[in-house]
Design a binder for this molecule. Structure first.
Ligand code: FRU
Length: 506
C-alpha cells in the first residue's frame, strides 16, 4: 500500500491535472470554498492556528462522487480570502484504509493536531459491516501532517446502550486541565446520541458519559457533533439523520441544528432544551465551528445534502461550503450572521432608498450572479411581497424569495431555478416595525438568505443558466423598498506561496 505521503502526492497531481478545466464551469463559486476538482462533503478541522484559519474537508480527489475519504485543505488570514493547500490526509493505514472520515483540529504545544475517524469496511453492507476508530495526525507547520504511531487512540465503543460500529466525527476542545472530545453515535435500537470523553494528552481517553440522547422524532444517528460555550450557555450542534418532516420543518433528508444547556463536566451529562435548526433552506449539513483571536464563534457547513442531485458533477466537481457565519445568542435563540470580514470582497456598490412600488419593479444596476444584496422592505398593506433573483426571462428561470404577511413565513422557491432539484422551503419569520430585512449572498450556483439580522437563514444550491442575472421586486399591494444595497463580490481564492503541490511550485 502507498504511504500517506505518496497517496497525497498522487491525489494532488490528479486534482492539478483537471482543475483548469473545472474552473471553466459557470457554476463555479467565486467566494465559497469548493474542491478544485472532484468531491467534497463535510468541513473538517476548522481551526485558528498561528494567526490563520484552517479549513479541511472530506474530499474524494478521484471522482465527483463520494469515495475513500481524504482531507482537502485551505486556509485564510481573514475569512474572506482563501488559498487552496495540498491535501492533508490520505486513507493510507490499515485502520483508516476506507476513509479518513470527519473530525476536528486543536492546537497543543504549538502543533496542530487533527482528530478524525478511521473507517474500514468489513463486508458488503455499508451500514453493518464497518469498523470505526478514532485517530490523530500532527503538524508543526499547518501544512504537512503525520499520523501518530499510537493510532488508533480509541478502538472500541464503551459498554452500555451504544452501537458498536457507528461512532465518529470527534470534536475536540480544551477546558480547564483536560481535553474533551464529543463523538456522534447511536443506541443499539437506533436513536441518535453523543459520547463524551476526557483526556490529558489527546492520546489516552476516558469515556465520561452519553452527554445527550434523542427521544421521539430525533433521528437514528447523530453525526458531526460540536460543543462549545456561548455566553452562559453550552451549545451542542449536531446533524441528526432520519428526522421525519413535521409541518414546515425537516423536509431535507437530514438536519443540522443545536440544543442549548449546561454541561456538567464531572458527570458528562448535558442538561438541555429543545432542538432548533441552524438553517431552513435546502443545503446545509455537518456544520463545524471554531473560535478566533477576536473571540468570534465562526461556523461553516457543507452546502449540499446527501443523496441530492448535484448538476456540477457533470463538470467534474461536487459540493461546497457555506460562508463563514458568526454565531451569537439572542433571547435563547441562535443568530447566524455572515462574517463581517466578507465586506473585504465588496466592490461597485449600487444603492437606492425609499422606493414606493407595487406589482413588479426592476432597479437599474440591481442584478448579478455573484453579489451581496441588503434589502429592507416596509410591508405597508401588502399581504405578499418579495424578490425574484437569478431571473432569465427567455429561459423562464427565477428563484423566488416570498414573504407571506399573514402566515409570517418566508418562502424560498427553487422550482424554476434552472437545473437540479426544485422544491420550496419555509421559515417562520415575523416582521419588525412592519419591515422585513434580507441579506442575500448569491454566488453563481448558491444562495444564502439571512433574514431579520440572522434570526433565520435559508441556504440552497441553484443551477441557473449563465445569463440568469436579473432581479425584480414584487408585491400584491404597495410596499416601500426602504433601502437596497448591492455589491459585486470579488474572487476569494488567491494562489499563495504555500500552494506547493506534489513537490512543485504551481
Ligand atoms: C457526515 C458524514 C460523517 C462522516 C463523513 C464521511 O456527512 O457521514 O458522519 O464522518 O460524512 O464522509
Amino acid at each position: 500500500m502507498l504511504s500517506n505521503k505518496q497517496q497525497i502526492e498522487e491525489a494532488n497531481r490528479e486534482v492539478e491535472k483537471i482543475k483548469k478545466e473545472v474552473e471553466k464551469n459557470h457554476w463555479r463559486l467565486a467566494y465559497h470554498l469548493a474542491p478544485q476538482a472532484n468531491w467534497m462533503n463535510d468541513p473538517n478541522g476548522f481551526s485558528f492556528y498561528k494567526g490563520e484559519y484552517h479549513l479541511f474537508y472530506q474530499h474524494h480527489p478521484y471522482s465527483p462522487e463520494w469515495g475513500p475519504m481524504f482531507w482537502g485543505h485551505a486556509k485564510s488570514r481573514d475569512l474572506a480570502h482563501w488559498e487552496h493547500l495540498p491535501i492533508a490526509l490520505a486513507p493510507s493505514e490499515d485502520y483508516d484504509v476506507d476513509g479518513c472520515f470527519s473530525g476536528s483540529a486543536i492546537e497543543k504545544d504549538g502543533k496542530l493536531y487533527l482528530m478524525y475517524t478511521g473507517n474500514k469496511w468489513t463486508g458488503e453492507n455499508r451500514d453493518t459491516d464497518l469498523k470505526q476508530v478514532q485517530c490523530l495526525a500532527v503538524s508543526e507547520d499547518g501544512l504537512t501532517f503525520e499520523k501518530i504511531k499510537e493510532n488508533p487512540v480509541m478502538t472500541e465503543t464503551p459498554e452500555g446502550d451504544i452501537h458498536p460500529y457507528h461512532w465518529r466525527d470527534p470534536k475536540v476542545w480544551q477546558e480547564g486541565d483536560y481535553y474533551y472530545c464529543i463523538l456522534g453515535s447511536k443506541t443499539k435500537d437506533e436513536k441518535g446520541q453523543v459520547l463524551l470523553y476526557r483526556s490529558n494528552d489527546l492520546i489516552s481517553w476516558e469515556f465520561l458519559n452519553v452527554a445527550a440522547k434523542g427521544e421521539g422524532n430525533f433521528g437514528f444517528m447523530w453525526e458531526c457533533p460540536d460543543l462549545f460555550r456561548l455566553d452562559d450557555q453550552d451549545v451542542l450542534i449536531m446533524s441528526p439523520q432520519g428526522v421525519h418532516p413535521e409541518g414546515d420543518l425537516y423536509h431535507n433528508l437530514h438536519q443540522s441544528g443545536y440544543i442549548l444547556g449546561t454541561l456538567n463536566y464531572e458527570t458528562g451529562v448535558l442538561d438541555h432544551g429543545p432542538f432548533e435548526l441552524l438553517d431552513y433552506g435546502f443545503d446545509f449539513y455537518a456544520p463545524q465551528t471554531t473560535i478566533d483571536d477576536k473571540g468570534q464563534r465562526v461556523m461553516i457547513a457543507w452546502m449540499a445534502m446527501w443523496e441530492n442531485e448535484m448538476p456540477e458533477q457533470e463538470f467534474r466537481w461536487a459540493g461546497a461550503t457555506t460562508l463563514p457565519r458568526i454565531l451569537t445568542l439572542n433571547n435563547g435563540k441562535m443568530v447566524s450572521e455572515p462574517a463581517p470580514e466578507l465586506k473585504a470582497l465588496r466592490q461597485n456598490e449600487v444603492s437606492f432608498e425609499n422606493i414606493k412600488m407595487d406589482k413588479e419593479l426592476q432597479l437599474t444596476g440591481i442584478e448579478g450572479e455573484c453579489i451581496e444584496l441588503r434589502v429592507t422592505i416596509d410591508a405597508k398593506e401588502a399581504s405578499t411581497f418579495g424578490l425574484k433573483v437569478r431571473v432569465n426571462e427567455e429561459e423562464n428561470e427565477e428563484t423566488l424569495l416570498t414573504y407571506q404577511v399573514e402566515e409570517e413565513t418566508l418562502l424560498f422557491d427553487r422550482n424554476r431555478s434552472g437545473k437540479g432539484p426544485g422544491g420550496v422551503r419555509k421559515a417562520a419569520i415575523s416582521l419588525r416595525d412592519n419591515r422585513l430585512q434580507l441579506h442575500v449572498f448569491i454566488d453563481h450556483s448558491s444562495i444564502e438568505v439571512f433574514a431579520q439580522g440572522g434570526e433565520k437563514v435559508m441556504t440552497g444550491r441553484i443551477y441557473p443558466s449563465e445569463k440568469a442575472n436579473g432581479i425584480s421586486f414584487f408585491a400584491d399591494q404597495e410596499i416601500v423598498i426602504v433601502s437596497v444595497e448591492k455589491w459585486e463580490m470579488k474572487q476569494a481564492f488567491v494562489e499563495g506561496p504555500t500552494n506547493n503541490v506534489g513537490g512543485m511550485n504551481v
